[in-house]
Write a protein that binds this ligand. Structure first.
Ligand code: PEP
Length: 253
């Protein structure tokens, strides 16, 4: 059975300046325009201050706009934070939550990540919920239980295949140039699929992205693995040519 239409999401993190962001958005928009409608869905997630100008650059394009994080509350005294509704107002339809850099550098627990995912759903957007094991956890043979426990702790209750995407991102593969083997990716994605299918009526249709050092050279192999429904791409999403190669490597549906 063919899976869901793949999604290729670029996480630009805290990189580039305004001119870089709009130039990259224009280039992505141009190459996506030339692709057939059966090619992957494409998403870019710029830094907060560049959401509005990138939204403008993407106007009329089928490239979607996403944010890299949000606050769980709708409003209030949260200096420096941004609510899901504000992101929606800025043109976003996706928000990444629980990225390992947020979990590790900002102390975000599963409960915090779940509250953020709920906020994204309440605002009518799609949450990209990131999970993944550290190298120590993998070496201890705990990958599957760690990922399962992150999912139990952070999945929003009212999720469906329209408003939730899961991203499996082994922490040790992010930004390192190292990737798991095909068998390792297949094992974890299979386990995530089983968990989603058990919990949600349309879990079989939910997109599960792989993330961690995806590039123009390994994308074809990674995107062909069973239950891999796209990629969350960091470093390579900043280079339009590499990002285009990854988008073109996704199966057409
Ligand atoms: C990420 O940060 O989500 C990521 C996958 O980064 P990279 O592709 O650079 O490993």
């Amino acid at each position: 059975m063919a899976g869901p239409k793949p999604l290729i999401a670029g996480n630009w993190k805290m990189n580039g300046r305004l001119a870089d962001a709009t130039k990259l958005a224009n280039t992505v928009s141009a190459f996506v325009r030339a692709l057939p409608s059966t090619s992957a869905d494409v998403l870019v997630c710029p830094p907060f201050p560049y959401l509005a100008p990138v939204a403008q650059a993407l106007a009329g394009s089928r490239v979607r706009l996403g944010a890299q994080d949000c606050h769980a509350e709708a409003a209030g005294a949260f200096t420096g934070d941004v609510s899901a509704d504000m992101l929606k107002d800025s043109g976003c339809s996706f928000v990444i939550v629980g990225h390992s850099e947020r979990r590790a550098l900002h102390g975000e627990t599963d409960a915090v990540v779940q509250a953020k995912a709920n906020a994204v759903l309440r605002a009518g957007m799609t949450a990209i919920l990131c999970v993944g094991e550290t190298l120590a956890e993998r070496d201890e043979g705990r990958t599957i239980p760690v990922v399962a426990s992150q999912l139990v702790g952070s999945l929003p209750a009212n999720a469906n295949s329209e408003n939730l995407v899961v991203a499996y991102e082994p922490v040790w593969a992010i930004g390192t140039g190292r990737t798991p083997t095909v068998a390792q990716v297949g094992e974890v994605h299979g386990a995530i699929r089983a968990g989603l299918s058990k919990k949600f009526s349309d879990g079989a249709k939910m997109r599960i992205l792989y993330g961690g050092s995806v590039n123009g050279l390994n994308a074809l192999e990674l995107l062909a693995i069973a239950n891999v429904d796209g990629a969350l791409v960091g470093g390579a999403s900043l280079r339009a040519d590499a990002f285009e190669t990854i988008v073109k490597a996704a199966p057409r549906r």
